[in-house]
Write a protein that binds this ligand. Sequence first.
Ligand code: NAD
Length: 340
Amino acid sequence: MAKILVTGGLGFIGSHTVVELINSGYEPIIVDDLSNSDPKIMDQLAKIIGYKPPFYKLDLCDEQGTKELAKKEPDIAGIIHFAAFKAVGESVQQPIKYYRNNFYSLLNILNAYDGKPVNFVFSSSCTVYGQPDVLPVTESAPVKTAESPYGNTKQIAEEMLKDMQTAGSSYKVISLRYFNPVGAHSSALIGELPIGVPQNLVPFITQTAIGKREKITVFGDDYSTLDGSCIRDYIHVVDLAKAHVAALKLMEAETFKGYDVFNIGTGTGSSVLEVIRAFEQSTGQKLNYQIGPRRGGDIEQVWGDVNKSKNILKWQTELDLDTMMQSAWEWEKYIAQNPL
Ligand SMILES: NC(=O)c1ccc[n+]([C@@H]2O[C@H](COP(=O)([O-])OP(=O)(O)OC[C@H]3O[C@@H](n4cnc5c(N)ncnc54)[C@H](O)[C@@H]3O)[C@@H](O)[C@H]2O)c1
């Protein structure tokens, strides 16, 4: 079984990817500093997969520690690099915190395995497109000036990885540009665990429905969209997790050379109001929501062209918006009854 190092493997997307790696016959090794995850997620994972994968508690900004990790785990076939900070708003307030963590962790892990034939999957984001001129946005669309230090870390990281390939690196690399991951595993044993007030729509919806938050505010209903609210391409986290397996498989092929980038979304957009309605209809929960002013930094609408992923990555989404809402709701109820 090929060993895959999963950095940030106890986080939201990482934990779901660990499950899909095992389902596909890989042997995940988790590295996480627990800066944005709970160690009990390991127990939750064990309930789903039947065992606890090897785990290293390590801050990847620690250069020496990361080198030692590479000595302890020398024979890995791949790395999936999730470890990063991801709160857009916080990155505007504390840019250095974001540049430091997102770059040092990436550079240290790349350095630690430099010279080895390792397949590397990088967590990028549709934030690299800003507000695209043409929708759906394709991978060849021009990258716009980043709207936040967080977005800038993703843009620069992609450039770095591409430059590394041009220079003839031993790595093969795929950057996956995620759209908006939501939902939870069908077991409801793992899901998103926002710390503090959620910055994203779906955790805010589920926390409002369970009574943790009084109401949800829709930031603007005067955008140039069908119902005036912002549009995003929401993707079920389990579909997203499977895209990482597809990326590893593609890089395992002799024919794959160097570097590539793929949009990872459903290919359709849903407005904030549509998501609220989908939640209400699919769960039977009534949401207390109000329309508020626009929120600074929000782009109007974005959804991805996913033809390249379908044709080359041989991957596409299977789970619809209702399933995303139901699974997110099941997870919210689970965590309310079984706090970690
Ligand atoms: N969730 C989204 O909406 C979204 C969208 C696009 C891209 N991404 C990217 O996907 C990746 C995973 O996102 P997520 O939603 O699972 O986030 P998350 O915060 O749930 O998971 C990230 C994990 O990495 C760990 N980590 C952070 N810095 C670390 C370090 N220096 N050393 C070791 N571990 C470290 C955290 O403890 C956490 O467990 C991130 O790179 C993020 O930028 C996320």
